[in-house]
Write a protein that binds this ligand. Sequence first.
Ligand code: ATP
Length: 447
Amino acid sequence: MTKKNTATSNQQQLMDKIVSLCKRRGFIFQSSEIYGGINACWDYGPLGVELKNNIKQAWWRAMVYERDDIEGLDAAVLMHPKVWEASGHVENFTDPLVDCKSCKLRFRADQIPEENLKLKKCPECGGELTEPRKFNLMFKTFMGPVEDEAHVVYLRPETAQGIYVNFENVYVSMRRKIPFGIAQIGKAFRNEITPGNFIFRTREFEQMEMQYFVRPGTDMEWFEKWREERFKWYLRIGIKPEKLRFHQHGPDELAHYASAAYDIQFEFPFGWQELEGIHNRTDYDLSRHQQYSGKDLSYFDDEIGQKYIPYIIETSAGCDRTLLAVLVNAYDEEDTGKEIRTVLRLHPFLAPIKAAVLPLVNRENMPQIAWEIYKSLKPHFKVFYDDSGSIGRRYRRQDEIGTPFCFTVDSQTLQDGTVTVRDRDTMKQERIHKSEVLDFLKEKITF
Ligand code: ATP
């Protein structure tokens, strides 16, 4: 096996291990599994939903709570169909699709080698490929009982449009002045031609988007600020700097609405891929909505005494992709000398369970004391009580799901009221008094 093949197969193994851990430990399940599953749809299990909520919380804190210039929003998934004409999605939100006439596989024409496209040769079986045709990625459904063209509505393919159409509602109701932003987290749907790589590319996913409205002429300055801010956020949630980079869009890559764009990419086991896009969308969106709705969406800037259509800087992140990046980044196998322990080195704020409380043995009042500690932590943090199996096994179970701390009640607790605190990453133990456990966690679980 060549060096490159070995690296690829190690990376594939890493993905397989993460997928298997996710299923085994209740992070992510295949959707509708008992029916054989449905392609590219995934369900977040008890630990997955905690991790995902924590990622969303970390984003909302950084984007809304810690700032003075951003408001939140939660717009409906279903919108007036004209929104998608104005946005350009009906016309432009297409991927070029080619089919193989022999093996019937489908490809995105821009994702197969150019040579194959030129020769119309299937990259899988060598069969003949069809001409590329445009395929619109929006899911369609009908509103009301009549299933005809007049009642077509779309499942939103991005959350951004819900923000643009509410621009005026938000700035008037919240008495905002430009520059300011609107942040939203929500589901989006795309009928992707080639979904895959676990939760990386799915047909239903969640976005964390922020649209920042600025005065024309200040847009590139804000664009630069936002791209720095957003990069820092990934470092803040614990992603290793060497796993992150920017990719600047060349003129041929720019979306129809953008004058400048950067992707923040993460090095997944299957290569460098986009986590988030930062775009200068100019005045495209509000101008188009003004044109299609007939409503004046210009803004009067009393500082300079001018009326204009605001420019928009967009930061558009995928929640599911971030979650996958967080898992890949955190996954570690460590040789302890006695065994290989699997540990998820998650940022404590993101960890699904913040602490486990463990009685060393099931006797001598240890379970009662541990249960009391567990109950005192429960209103503040997601914690776990575990009294089954050897203490070593219990620690390993927590390591594997990324629990940063374990508090163990042992015979010394009965004498002096102290418990051990075991650190997930170093496996070191220290003793603190049981009355200090809550404060200890409050100090450690911060963002
Ligand atoms: P790609 O080039 O990977 O298809 P995109 O450039 O179309 O992505 P955007 O439209 O900029 O993506 O969407 C913003 C973010 O939403 C992406 O950076 C990604 O994190 C997330 N996202 C987009 N499509 C999907 C998908 N099918 N599954 C999961 N996340 C997605």
